[in-house]
Design a protein around this ligand. Structure first.
Ligand code: DGL
Length: 280
């Protein structure tokens, strides 16, 4: 990957431009899988900052610094919108990024608590990074819904770092979840909803379910995000209504970039995109 670090003028942005998606690392690929399915005519460029993951145990200031670099890599590749496929970076840095780069539409993601409450769930576990759960954005969400449901925020320090290893990290993930969920087994009311409030976690949703010992429904905000992205592109006249490569061209291009610029890392990204954790 060529590193590009300057904030210069942008070329003309039109429907043909790709959509940028970034995360601290592999997590955003779970979001990207949904977006790429929902928007099959669009091309995507994914940037994972795996060299600096995890973000969830850093300060908001550190996360903002790192996200600027990620945005500049995507911006220099002429993306028409940027999806911050990271709950932590959205909470810690989205307003500042919008101010710094007013020429790009930004979309973010937050723990799908509203979706869980709107689906009638009453006893909801929210799994997310320590930083996401400590910030005002999440506190405001809890205040908004706490009269409708009992909400149990559970920070998962270190879990995103294990998921960064891909399927090779599974034995350590199993052990981690066993320890993490032990105190929950004594709770009286059974959980009926689990919010996966970090984009790394959907890759291990089945492992989480197994260790929780519960069939509580799991929630992510990916489909809502896909609908909102579609609307933002329509409103700006930027949604593709045709492919641009000619009849024989593959319909959708998805390019992967990583701050850990190694062949192994990029092949892990591609494999997680195509097969998820089932590659093990
Ligand atoms: N995937 C990210 C999120 O949604 C952050 C994980 C991390 O880097 O700690 O919060």
């Amino acid at each position: 990957m060529d590193e590009i670090g300057v904030k210069g003028a942008r070329e003309v942005i039109d429907q043909k431009c790709p959509i940028g998606v970034f995360d601290s690392g592999v997590g955003g690929i779970s979001t990207l899988r949904t977006l790429a399915k929902m928007l099959p005519l669009e091309d995507f460029i994914f940037y994972g900052d795996s060299a600096n993951a995890p973000y969830g145990e850093k300060t908001s200031e550190q996360v903002y610094e790192l996200t600027q670099h990620a945005v500049e890599q995507l911006r220099a590749r002429n993306v028409k919108a940027i999806v911050i496929a990271c709950n932590t970076a959205t909470s810690a840095a989205k307003p500042e990024l919008m101010k710094r780069y007013p020429d790009i539409p930004f979309l973010g993601i937050e723990p799908a608590l509203k979706l869980a409450v709107d689906s009638g769930k009453k006893n909801i576990l929210v799994l997310a990074t320590p930083l996401t759960l400590s910030l005002d954005k999440f506190r405001r969400q809890v205040a908004r819904f706490s009269d409708q449901a009992t909400i149990h925020p559970l920070p998962c320090p270190g879990l995103a770092a294990l998921i960064e290893r891909g399927p090779a990290g599974l034995p350590s993930i199993e052990h981690y979840l066993d320890e993490l969920f032990k105190p929950l087994h004594d709770t009286e009311k059974p959980l009926d909803g689990v919010v996966l409030g970090c984009t790394h976690y959907p890759f291990i949703a089945d492992v989480i379910e197994k260790h929780l010992g519960s069939h509580a429904e799991m929630f992510t905000g990916f489909e809502g995000l896909g609908r909102y992205l579609t609307k933002q592109l329509v409103d700006r006249g930027l949604l593709r209504t045709q492919t641009f490569g000619g009849p024989l061209a593959p319909t959708q291009q998805v390019e992967f970039l990583s701050s850990n610029n190694t062949a192994e890392e990029l092949s892990l990204y591609r494999s997680l995109f195509e097969r998820g954790f089932s590659a093990s």
